[in-house]
Design a protein around this ligand. Sequence first.
Ligand SMILES: [Zn+2]
Length: 73
Amino acid sequence: MADTIYCYHCRLQHPKEEMRRIETKTGKRWRCLKSIKATQRDREEREAFGRQMTAINKAEAQSKARMALNLGN
Ligand SMILES: [Zn+2]
């Protein structure tokens, strides 16, 4: 078990080659690539979802504006 490092994120030991040393508020910590990638993916999905909602809201606002315009005629 010499080549494993404690992952603060999973609270588990992972093989050394899966680990990355990262800077946190409390100092340098070891975290596995898997958890880093999972976090990145979550953030990307949230951002993509946010962009989608913005697009929907914009489209809705435009259709409301069009409706208001039509009612004016
Ligand atoms: Zn981990």
